[in-house]
Write a protein that binds this ligand. Structure first.
Ligand code: 1AE
Length: 409
């Protein structure tokens, strides 16, 4: 077979002949119709025709309505679409996404298609190299309550976060271009605070400034941020589209890592019947498009993604995929120090522990919030239960965090 992309779907229907349905998808999304074609035309169109690879029907044991489904795999010839993510997605799930209860579970692209994508510029190992941290999980802090603040307020908040020993600080995704803290000035004052904190902590730090604005201005804005000293970007990928991330990440004039925020993802992955699987939406496609770090809800915090899906996202970011570098998984939302043992158990050390409220809401203040996380990470890596570490090592910030949020081990 020549080069193909394989799409896996889950289709729900109480009565359908799923083999027929699969065939109609394979034909409908490629050559349009097949049986009506004259033989000579069929010979010409054969190489464009989608092929059903498998149909696995799951009949509910008790005949329960709404539970009958089939997993369908279809191969789409590469020759039908250009080497870009929009063309791929429209081919395999354009009109089909609106045609009944059907979810796109996975995409296996051909080596040839993959070769058009440089992927993450830095990836997991590149981010580690920039920070000079090779072994332990990284810690990211999120700016909170920054709308309406001026540059001085922002700088103060940045400095306190940095003093806590975090490796990365990201803008809140809802901080857009505004007169109080415009992009370039925001970068300048935050990087100044990063340098000041480095004198105290001896630690390097990446600041992921939120790249926003109309699509036509994004690369211009990114270059302005770089010129102002930015060393990372945050990007709301799904509101712009994967191809926009791809354009930014492969641009040599934007030589800094990009962290992908999952805003809008909740409208696309949680339904069992519609949309895309989390591992495809936040894993495979984010990495293909060039995200160096990918944020997504964890199974433990305030915005919960089931653990199985979470680990599938992790796998999609870390498993071998041609020439693509791996992307850093960043399970997020409602994370506090008492969750660190669970995060490290499920994700290992190649993970970014990320918190906003779990840092700023610390009873002893923002800097202590970061310190509590670092202490929790250190204790967990040494195999010491958090409560024991807090008492025996005299980790006061960790003790206060445990008192405030508890522990889940
Ligand atoms: C899933 C994204 C998490 C995020 O961006 C965010 O701001 C989390 O904040 P906290 O940690 O829940 O306060």
């Amino acid at each position: 077979m020549s080069s193909v992309c394989i799409a896996t779907y889950r289709a729900f229907d109480d009565q359908a002949d799923f083999h027929k349905k699969a065939q109609s998808i394979a034909v409908g999304l490629t050559v349009g119709s097949w049986t009506e074609l004259p033989e000579a035309r069929k010979a010409e169109m054969e190489r464009h025709l989608g092929k059903v690879l498998s149909v696995q029907v799951h009949e509910p044991a008790d005949g329960e309505l709404g539970q009958r489904y089939a997993d369908i795999r279809i191969a789409y010839p590469d020759i039908n679409f250009s080497r870009d993510i929009p063309a791929l997605l429209v081919t395999v799930f354009g009109k089909l996404s609106m045609d009944g209860r059907i979810k796109l579970l996975d995409l296996d692209v051909s080596e040839e298609f993959l070769s058009a994508f440089p992927g993450p510029k830095f990836g997991l190992s590149g981010v580690r190299r920039l920070l000079g941290v090779e072994e332990r999980p990284l810690l990211m802090s999120i700016f909170k309550s920054v709308i309406g603040h001026d540059l001085a307020g922002l700088q103060d908040q940045f400095y306190k976060q940095a003093l806590g020993g975090v490796d990365l600080i990201k803008d809140d995704e809802i901080l857009f271009e505004n007169p109080l803290t415009p992009l370039e000035r925001r970068v300048e004052v935050c990087m100044e605070a990063a340098r000041k904190a480095e004198v105290e902590t001896g630690q390097k730090l990446l600041y992921a400034v939120n790249l926003t604005g109309p699509t036509s201005q994004l690369a211009v804005n990114a270059r302005k941020a770089v010129a102002a000293g930015a060393n990372a970007l945050l990007f709301n990928v799904l509101s712009y589209g994967y191809d926009v991330l791809h354009e930014l990440s492969k641009d040599p004039s934007i030589p800094i890592p990009i962290a992908a925020h999952p805003a809008m993802a909740g409208s696309m992955y949680p339904s069992p019947h519609y949309g895309l699987s989390a591992s495809l939406l936040l894993g495979k496609l984010m990495r293909l498009a060039g995200a160096d770090l990918v944020l997504f809800p964890s199974p433990y915090g305030s915005v919960v993604m089931p653990k199985e899906e979470n680990l599938a996202v992790r796998q999609a970011l870390l498993e071998p995929a041609g020439q693509l570098k791996t992307s850093f998984p960043v399970p997020s939302a409602g994370i506090h120090p008492g969750l660190v043992p669970l995060i490290l158990r499920d994700f290992g050390t190649d993970v970014v522990v990320n918190a906003g409220g779990g840092i700023h809401g610390h009873p002893m203040g923002t800097a202590a919030g970061g310190q509590a996380f670092r202490q929790a990470i250190e204790a967990t890596m040494q195999g010491i239960p958090l409560a024991q570490a807090a008492e025996q090592q005299g980790y006061e910030p960790l003790r206060a965090a445990i008192q405030a949020w508890g522990i889940r081990e």
